[in-house]
Design a protein around this ligand. Structure first.
Ligand code: PLP
Length: 282
């Protein structure tokens, strides 16, 4: 595997990260996951733009241009010979003795990345998954794609222990998002999802799905809904870079709709599939 560390492409043995890295101490950093289909990056510009927005929101400056990081991602695809998989990019506030306040601005941020082969989740896409409601105890800046993922990690584990593929967060009686995905519900032909506020990550896949709804004449209302409303939806889906448009067929102990992926879900999956980069020869 080839890794990117601060301007260099290295093999794992040559990677050297400081024990004083603030990502390690505090989760003081941001990251992105970019999907690769057939050797091509998918929505890379959107992911890189969000990485810079996340960095800016935590007052961190990335010493590259957006285009330079897109080129890094492309190089990781090539060096790791990734056909279908993903690129992980991370930026931390550098290495410095452990005190909470920022280090001196002369301390360089640490930019790392790697590529991984990772097939599409075909079984989940076809059959759908079960999900579990979990209380959203995270902080109030869920719009930042930060390395601080303990709330997400604990929720996902709780869901996994009950045989569920994802945890769906509930804050103050409303559904926000999944532990690593966004949630949409369909009722009487209308698609509902939580608006892009500080309480959710505005998923790139979420934005693609909103676009696909518009292109296909499917009405969308960006309005939060309650667990009770979710139980009564005709269809539910979760979306993310790796999960794409995954049908949800069970929420806690209740079957959703008819218990199989519904018609709007299938339409969105088909529309999404048309967006996937095809294999390019030469
Ligand atoms: N919400 C959270 C908390 C996430 O961690 C993620 C992705 O991992 C998403 C939503 C979906 O975002 P995207 O579609 O950009 O992958």
């Amino acid at each position: 595997t080839t890794y990117f560390i601060d301007g260099q492409f290295l093999s794992k043995e040559d990677v050297n990260i400081s024990i004083d890295d603030r990502g390690y101490y505090f989760g003081d950093g941001v990251y992105e996951v970019i999907k690769v289909y057939n050797g091509s990056l998918f929505t890379a510009a959107e992911h890189i733009a969000r990485l810079f927005q996340s960095a800016q929101k935590i007052k961190m400056t990335i010493p590259y241009s957006e285009q330079q990081l897109i080129d890094v991602a492309k190089e990781l695809v090539k060096a790791n010979e990734i056909s279908t998989g993903h690129i992980y990019l991370q930026v931390t506030r550098g290495a410095a003795p452990r005190v909470h306040q920022f280090p001196d601005f002369s301390v360089p941020v640490v930019v790392t990345g790697y590529g991984l082969v990772n097939p599409r989740p075909t079984t989940n896409l076809e059959k759908g998954v079960a999900v579990k409601l979990v209380e959203d105890v995270r902080w109030l800046r869920c719009d930042i794609k930060s390395l601080n993922l303990l709330g997400n990690v604990l929720a996902k584990q709780e869901a996994y222990e009950e045989g569920c593929a994802e945890a769906i967060f509930v804050r103050d009686g409303i559904i926000t998002e999944g532990s690593s995905s966004n949630l949409f519900g369909m009722k009487d032909g209308i698609v509902y999802t939580h608006p892009a506020t500080n309480l959710i990550l505005n998923g790139i896949t979420r934005q693609v799905v909103l676009q696909l709804c518009e292109e296909n004449g499917i009405p969308v209302v960006e309005k939060p809904f309650t667990p009770q409303e979710a139980f009564e939806m005709d269809e539910l889906i979760i979306t993310s870079t790796t999960a794409e448009v995954t049908p949800v067929i069970q929420l806690d102990d209740k079957e959703i709709g008819t218990g199989i992926p519904g018609p709007i879900t299938k339409k969105l999956q088909a529309a999404f599939a048309l967006r996937i980069p095809a294999f390019v020869t030469g």
